[in-house]
Design a protein around this ligand. Structure first.
Ligand SMILES: [Fe+2]
Ligand SMILES: [Fe+2]
Length: 172
């Protein structure tokens, strides 16, 4: 823990920042696994396009977990060391894929990204003008989560349109 680096944090308890980051850290690992396993079990139309997206997102969530773990250590904390703790600390939980259909998977994933956006918005607000380094870090993660939601929603809309068109064609 760098003393000067931490001395620039104003108006926030470092222990509070560490606890908040550990909750986000739990979210990232659970999101990583959710995307990883969804990409394996998904079924239905246009699944290859969705697998590509889910695999990219999984890599992003793992990268976010790495960034957060490094910041926790920099602040003098310890990232959660036991996967069991992920379920105790998570903000967004874990949506086990039960319906493997493309639409069910996309709905769960979009819900997860929306929760991530809410979570990081709160951390951005919390650290603004107080902890510049964490603020920059969570701002860049927030931008990724916004992009994730958009990518998944676009796929969701494409598939919905495709199904609607198909229904119309069949009715002719
Ligand atoms: Fe993430
Ligand atoms: Fe995400």
């Amino acid at each position: 823990m760098g003393k000067r680096g931490n001395s620039i944090i104003k108006g926030l308890e470092i222990s509070e920042i560490i606890a908040t980051l550990n909750r986000a850290y739990a979210d990232e690992w659970l999101a990583y696994y959710q995307y990883f396993i969804e990409a394996k079990v998904i079924k239905g139309i246009m699944k290859d396009a969705i697998i590509t997206e889910l695999t990219l997102h999984a890599a992003d969530e793992l990268r976010h977990a790495t960034m957060i773990a490094d910041r926790i250590v920099q602040l003098g904390g310890v990232p959660l060391t036991n996967p069991k703790a992920w379920f105790e600390h998570t903000n967004c939980g874990y949506d086990e894929p039960i319906n493997f259909d493309v639409m069910g998977i996309l709905d769960d994933a979009i819900k997860g990204e929306q929760c991530a956006i809410s979570t990081y918005s709160k951390i951005v607000e919390m650290t603004k003008d107080k902890d510049i380094v964490t603020y920059d870090l969570v701002s860049s993660i927030l931008a990724d989560e916004v992009e994730h939601e958009e990518d998944l929603q676009a796929l969701h809309d494409d598939i919905s349109d495709f199904i609607e068109d198909l229904k119309k064609q069949l009715q002719k």
